[in-house]
Design a protein around this ligand. Structure first.
Ligand SMILES: [Zn+2]
Length: 290
């Protein structure tokens, strides 16, 4: 993701791009980073960040990040989940060499793998998950060796989802039908991770956008750079991650459920912020009895 775009401030670690403002081309400076985020828990846990150096590819920085994350938090996860960029032999082999599985989205640039899987799945009867408002046909087969350079044969899961949405527009309920094709490749054998779990894990890739980046940008001033300096930027992001995890832990593990019904996580953050600015010595929710 990119951090702190600015047209005025830059440093030696800035990346730059040309953007158009009122039809005029200007240079925008920004920082790019890779974030490792633990998915599948009720708390959104960003573990670490690594800034991408100017001109550097994301995967190179991601490997640097993972080397560190594996050392500190390796026992917290079994697999690394990434978007289509991460479906490449050096990255998958890197995960395999470090004793982790890899899951990534398949896009058009993995032509051979996609073609083989499409060819085979075209002759197979799909599995079916029939849920209210969502019908999913899926194909899940192991043993594809068409991703060049990957040390192990890959398993491919294809899901064709038909989702019925009901919206109230004016005085009427309108039903719309959306369909989505998803393709994932993984090193996980079927015996270790059933189709349904792989499908769920694949979709959780978006947690990092929804739970993390959107929340942190909208409510936590992730887009505000207090000091434009490479070290300060990393420290600021990491401090924000710690505060975010601590606050969620307090909210979900310490507050009683009945307390939470009247207080959102953002509400709690606002209370804390408010009490800090007023230099109150204790938290306001302690006054409410219980
Ligand atoms: Zn900079």
């Amino acid at each position: 993701m990119s951090f702190f775009p600015s047209r005025h401030r830059c440093c030696k670690a800035c990346s730059q791009r040309k953007i158009k403002i009122h039809g005029e081309e200007v240079i925008e400076y920004y920082h790019r980073g890779v974030v490792c985020h633990l998915v599948g828990y009720d708390i959104a846990v960003p573990l670490d960040v690594e800034l991408i150096r100017p001109g550097e590819g994301e995967i190179i920085a991601a490997k640097r990040l993972l080397e560190r994350v594996l050392q500190s938090y390796g026992r917290f996860f079994d697999a690394v989940l990434g978007d289509a960029l991460y479906l490449e032999a050096p990255f998958f082999n890197f995960c395999i060499d470090h004793g982790k599985h890899a899951i990534a989205v398949i896009k058009g640039d993995q032509r051979a793998l996609l073609r083989d899987a499409q060819g085979l799945f075209g002759q197979m009867k799909p599995g079916l998950w029939d849920e209210p408002r969502r019908l999913t046909q899926f194909w899940d087969v192991e043993g594809f060796s068409s991703a060049e350079g990957v040390k192990v044969p890959l398993r491919v899961l294809h899901a064709y989802e038909t989702i019925t949405k009901r919206e109230r527009i004016g005085k009427q309920w309108i039903e719309t039908v959306e369909d989505h094709h998803w393709w994932w490749a993984t090193t996980f054998p079927l015996s270790q991770l059933p189709s349904r779990q792989l499908w769920k894990a694949g979709h959780r890739r978006w947690d990092v956008e929804n739970d993390l980046f959107n929340t942190l940008s909208a409510h936590w001033a992730l887009d505000h750079c207090f000091k434009h300096d490479p070290t300060a930027i990393v420290n600021f992001i990491l401090t924000l991650f710690i505060a975010f995890v601590l606050l969620q832990s307090f909210y979900l593990r310490n507050l009683k459920p009945q307390r939470r019904t009247h207080l959102t996580l953002i509400g709690l953050a606002n209370e804390l912020h408010f009490s800090l600015t007023l230099m109150k010595t204790h938290a306001p929710w302690l006054d409410q009895g219980g």
